[in-house]
Design a protein around this ligand. Sequence first.
Ligand code: DQA
Length: 145
Amino acid sequence: MAKRVLVLNGPNLNMLGIREPEIYGAQTLGDIEKLCQSTGQTLGLKVDFRQSNHEGELVTWIQDARKTADAIVINPAAYSHTSVAIHDALKAAGLPVAEVHLSNIHQREAFRHHSYVSAVAYGVICGFGALGYSLALQALSEKLK
Ligand code: DQA
């Protein structure tokens, strides 16, 4: 049976394409979803792609993932730098997690240098734009073999 990967996107990522394109690129979240679906198809993964501006909704989806997914890709966006709740939910889920950021967060403001998610992630990818999602799916596909 195909492995299932939940791809989660945090706040403001629905604004991609409009939002600071010099930092985040011209691709929309819809483009990134297409990339994830086609990468998933190539790798034989079932991809469930979602975005929310609400921390609690992301926490609920992560809790549900224990029953509905085999691994998680997450771009927690601004919640990376603030959310103990998302850290705790990911830890409790007990699934391999790939953390993705479009931009190189270490090259940016100091408040973006720390992520609460990194400590509970299998791996972290940042700075490669939308390609990072594809790389994350490849890494998780290997991990799930
Ligand atoms: C981001 C980086 C975060 O610092 C920021 O708050 C985002 C997007 C990225 O993909 O580069 O919203 O996660």
